[in-house]
Write a protein that binds this ligand. Structure first.
Ligand code: SF4
Ligand code: SF4
Length: 438
């Protein structure tokens, strides 16, 4: 246990909301609710509040699957949890704040932090540290990673472990798997192209709409899918903590990661690998609720064993980052040479589909694509399904621009402020919808 946190801070005075309470966190309404794996089938992670919805349809425009649809009274509703990829794009684009989150482990986490017999560990994604500062007044995109680690420590987390560590593991595993598939010429059970597998919205999309392409998915778990079991096995062993006492908290820029944390197969450690998942907005709420002056905190480092990382891991948070990091490895293994410029900027993209050939000495061109948004993923999947794709490696990120723009990040206040025209149109539409001729 790190020196700085041998004692739990005084969290006793914090009043914890009971299950079922609706709590606003950074402008978004959350229902306090800690589901378990058996709840997964019928669980809505986001839902429209019909009392707030003005029927503008903006959410529908941004929904990649058509899961959100118009109802009789002109408001919108998510038709079926199976159709929803839990990406939260409807939530971040609703100008009225009508889309709410239905799962929040915040109260349970506070209870665990107060409990002296529970060892609570963090598993924080790279993109969180690029957005958390916004909740405390920094300009958009400001990196506050050191303050974030300090705040987690002051909240009473026992070990500050970090997904940048397992992002590095993912790079090694995914890059090695790509090499294997290339070596086998994409034959048998190692087909090409290989798709990345760290984005849970994309994985659900592939499983739901392109199940025949599952063999193309990298067999690697996501970074947090690896860190959960490592925390309860290797981490427990290294720190001498009984794994049954460890409570792992996944802290993500995402809503779909709450779904991933509940997947039945996430029990490689012999128990639940991921006990709770929250996003950036919820972490900001917890820091404020505990009365921590975030901007006054010093920069601190994560804890050893499962906290250290290289620079390659950080770029996981941006579209093209996973590809770039894995390609660096593949380049060096295939060619035996070190990349003169390790930054393969050409593969980064903020929107759409970016196809690039990277010339690897000793192999030839490695053909890659970086895909942002599930509508674009569908186009690429159609090509792979039709057998017309000549690509080797495809990265897919559900959210436009990658995890930095995830559905769990702070909501852009200008979405609400800049939508005066949309609000006017919505009101007119609502009136039309109310006037129905039988
Ligand atoms: S107000 Fe508009 S964007 Fe928000 S949920 Fe209703 S229809 Fe969708
Ligand atoms: S979370 Fe994503 S998939 Fe689900 S309704 Fe909203 S936009 Fe559509």
């Amino acid at each position: 246990m790190s020196e700085a946190i041998k004692k739990k801070p005084e969290l006793g005075s914090i009043k914890v909301d009971p299950s079922g309470t609706v709590q606003k966190m950074e402008g978004v309404n959350y229902t306090i609710y800690s589901p378990r794996v058996n709840d997964l089938g019928n669980l809505y992670f986001v839902e429209v509040d019909s009392n707030v919805c003005e029927g503008c349809g903006e959410c529908e425009t941004h929904c990649p699957t058509g899961a959100i649809q118009e109802t009789e009274d002109g408001t919108r509703s998510i038709v079926d949890p199976a159709a929803c990829m839990n990406c939260g794009q409807c939530l971040t684009h609703c100008p009225y704040g009508a889309v709410t989150e239905r799962v929040s482990y915040v109260s349970e986490i506070f209870e665990k932090l107060k409990d002296p017999d529970t060892v609570v560990v963090t598993m924080t994604a790279p993109a969180v540290r690029y957005a958390l500062g916004e909740c405390f007044g920094t300009p958009v995109g400001t990196y506050t990673g050191g303050k974030m680690q300090a705040a987690l420590r002051r909240l009473g987390f026992d070990y500050i472990w970090d997904n940048e560590w397992t992002a590095d593991v993912t790079i090694m595993e995914e890059g090695t798997e790509l090499l294997e598939r290339v070596k086998h010429g994409g034959k048998g059970d190692k087909p090409l192209p290989q798709f990345t597998s760290c984005c849970p919205g994309w994985i659900k999309f592939c499983e739901s709409f392109y199940p025949d392409l599952i063999p193309h998915l990298s067999t690697c778990k996501s970074p947090v899918g690896m860190l959960g079991p490592l925390a309860k096995t290797y981490g427990a062993e290294q720190t001498g903590v009984d794994p049954k006492k460890i409570y792992t908290v996944s802290i993500m820029p995402c809503i779909a990661k709450k779904y991933e944390g509940l997947r039945p197969e996430m029990h490689a450690s012999g128990q639940r690998d991921i006990d709770a998942t929250i996003n950036t907005r919820e972490l900001a709420y917890m820091i404020k609720k505990a009365g921590i002056n975030y901007m006054a905190l010093p920069d601190e480092e994560p804890d050893p064993v499962l906290g250290m990382a290289t620079g390659a891991a950080t770029i996981f948070g941006t579209s093209g980052g996973v590809m770039e990091a894995a390609l660096r490895l593949a380049y060096e293994v295939i060619s035996g040479k070190t990349l003169a410029d390790p930054s393969i900027i050409a593969v980064r993209t903020a929107n759409g589909i970016n196809k690039v050939d990277v010339d690897v000495p000793g192999f030839g061109p490695v053909r890659i694509a970086v895909v942002s948004g599930l509508d674009n993923a569908a186009k690429v999947c159609e090509e792979v399904r039709a057998g017309t794709s000549n690509l080797h490696f495809i990265e897919v990120m559900t959210c436009p621009g990658g995890c930095v723009n995830g559905g769990g990040q702070p909501v852009d206040p200008s979405i609400m402020e800049a939508s005066v025209f949309k609000k006017m149109v919505a009101k007119v539409n609502k009136r039309f919808n109310m006037r129905k001729i039988a």
